[in-house]
Design a protein around this ligand. Structure first.
Ligand code: BDP
Length: 335
């Protein structure tokens, strides 16, 4: 009796020990291994897609398997406006976002969507790498997004199905697709066009079926989406230079250990360097490809006319957001 009782106690103890170990194993696994989902709008081979895959690999490597990031490319997890919300909520951990559609939710980030606010892509990066970039990142953080790194998205120019654009008046009456941001609608209206905010994925069909006559984007997106096949006039207005971020849900990032925060930040910085290299190559390759396909590319001799036309857009923005004046000045004064 005594012996059996003793055995039972031992068996119970062993069973308890095993279940304790099992609990420890699952809880440490859930503490140690996190599965993240990442959003990207671009398709295979695009500089951002390659860089985000590299980011995912580096995150896994640098955290020694504690974080697995699965990237969903091609906008398969929804359009950009929705995806920004999903990352803010934490349903998606990461997004490779244009600051364009982020602007309406994070006012500091909206300053980059003022047409011609940057003088060149190089100057934009000097600004983003300096004090202005810090203020923009702080603005994003207030809205639940931490910008781990910034990608290059070059400069955006107008393209359309009908004719070369030389002066703002050439857009008169033209329906032009823009990203979701009132500043872009204001920009088109100020030139006499009709803005049509629309998701990226819908633009090809809209151009093809003449729902819109034009749109605007950088060379790689104009080429990768096939828009050049249906809108063969590309006019080098370079009116918008919009940096893109590798943005993470702030709470998820803050929940990481210092070691993993550092690992994830470094992974983003390293893969952003790759993105910037690939961008330079792709921009040239895309330009050549659309030229070879018969696209008529034209320089714009008098960009000042476009800049002048944007004056009411800038003024309206600063009247509505007086506290962003110093940030705009900071950008403009960046050499
Ligand atoms: C591309 C950006 C992408 C935007 C797209 C657009 O990389 O994030 O969604 O333009 O025009 O250049 O919607």
């Amino acid at each position: 009796m005594f012996k059996r009782g003793f055995k039972m106690i031992r068996i119970n103890k062993i069973a308890t020990a095993f279940s304790f170990m099992a609990v420890m194993a699952t809880s440490s696994a859930s503490v140690l291994a996190q599965d993240w989902k990442g959003w990207n709008i671009h398709t295979s081979g695009y500089p951002n897609t390659v860089a985000m895959d590299d980011f995912a690999r580096l995150v896994n490597e640098k955290t020694e398997g504690r974080i697995n990031l699965k990237m969903y490319h091609g906008g398969t997890m929804g359009n950009q406006t929705d995806a920004i919300e999903q990352v803010r909520l934490g349903a998606l951990a990461i997004g490779n976002f244009s600051l364009g559609p982020i602007g309406p939710v994070a006012e500091e980030a909206n300053v980059v969507s003022l047409p011609f606010v940057f003088k060149s892509v190089e100057q934009a990066f000097r600004a983003m790498d300096g004090e202005a970039g810090k203020r923009i990142s702080a603005g994003l953080e207030k809205k639940g997004l931490i910008a781990l790194a910034y990608h290059n998205a070059g400069a955006r120019s107008f393209y359309n199905t009908q004719k070369p654009i030389h002066i703002p008046g050439d857009l008169q009456g033209m329906k032009v697709r823009v990203m979701n941001n009132d500043l872009y609608s204001g920009m088109i209206s100020a030139m006499g066009g009709n803005p049509s905010p629309m998701a990226f994925s819908e633009v090809y069909q809209a151009l093809k079926t003449n729902v819109v006559g034009g749109a605007e984007n950088n060379y790689p997106s104009y080429e990768a989406t096939g828009h050049f096949e249906v809108a063969g006039f590309y006019s080098l207005s370079e009116h918008l230079i919009i940096p893109e971020c590798v943005c993470i849900n702030a709470a998820i990032f803050r929940g990481l250990s210092d070691v993993d925060q550092k690992a994830v930040s470094e992974a983003a910085q390293e893969s952003a360097l790759l993105q910037r290299e690939l961008w330079a190559e792709r921009k040239e390759a895309s330009r050549k490809k659309v030229l070879a396909a018969g696209v008529k590319i034209n320089e714009i001799a008098d960009k000042a006319a476009f800049q002048l036309a944007m004056k009411p857009v800038h003024e309206g923005f600063l009247t509505a957001n007086p506290k962003l004046k110093s940030l705009v000045e900071l950008i403009k004064n960046t050499q």
